[in-house]
Design a protein around this ligand. Sequence first.
Ligand SMILES: [Zn+2]
Length: 376
Amino acid sequence: MTQRFSFSLDATDGKARTGVISTPRGEIRTPAFMPVGTAATVKAMMPESVAATGADILLGNTYHLMLRPGADRVERLGGLHRFMNWAGPILTDSGGFQVMSLAELRRLTEEGVTFRSHVDGSRHMLSPESSMEIQKKLGSDIVMCFDECPALPAEHKRIADSMRLSMRWAQRSRDAFGDRPGHALFGIQQGGDVEELRGESAEALKAIEFDGYAIGGLAVGEGQEVMFKVLDYAPGMLPIDKPRYLMGVGKPDDIVGAVKRGVDMMDCVLPSRSGRTGQVWTRRGQVNIKNARHADDPRPLDESCRCPACSNYSRAYLHHVFRSGEIISSMLLTWHNLHYYQELMGEMRAAIAEGTFDAFEDRFHALRAEGDIEPI
Ligand SMILES: [Zn+2]
């Protein structure tokens, strides 16, 4: 068992990288996709099923967990890993993003954010210090700095002020985190879509020194073109020998584009949330299982997929249970989506190791361009 957190880079192909993050709770193969377990569960999935899809690490949401069931309760019950029965590594966000998007009556000051819970209206305060304390109580393996960011597009001054506040909070997060062997603290680069501000942010974070570096403030409404433009320069501003984590991304083509530009880790609710709304991804793009064209179709979602939904059920069955509102619909479609995402990550890791990422990318886009199989 590795006692310390470490990252080894095994191969690069262009800007794309593959490697391994070692933690006391297990290894994370990169590029890695982290399924989101918002409320101490990846919705509709047993933890062992999430592991069976190939996920090495889960993400937990500090904002949700601090409000319900509460960080003190999770700590008393043995920490988040034991509470939710997930033995592998867990990354928790800082709560900063969600408090700004979900909480009511929030007030932002230099100290932090005061707000009312969207669950029961109770009053709370999140600051760099309290976020570090809550993430410690949860037992998170990878802790994120407390930060703040505007939705894009935004005025230059708003992006600059917010980034500089986040950098002061990054220093306070580092000070409050202290020395915790085996646990990692990641800094978060901000600066919106302004290159010089991204550079200023990266320099501030590197001076503080973190175990890994996230690219924050993207996937906030800017669209893929702007996101890729930022990713053309932002990852290269961060240390080469530390993991780079793009927060809240994304669709399969966003993920491929991000890996191509040097990102090592990603998370998104999309594969699990979409599973519950009847949207699935296959190698040939997006499929809406609600559509009547599937009602008599005996074929699997994706003939090349080995997940339980594709191995044992027809499109007709998946269509039927979705339309009937059966719980198994969410279970099977979520399993398929998470399996597809993890297969995609595995293919990218292999392609980078072999130096064939360009060919992989061409194939990825060519298959999607063909679209879903013809209706029968
Ligand atoms: Zn499948």
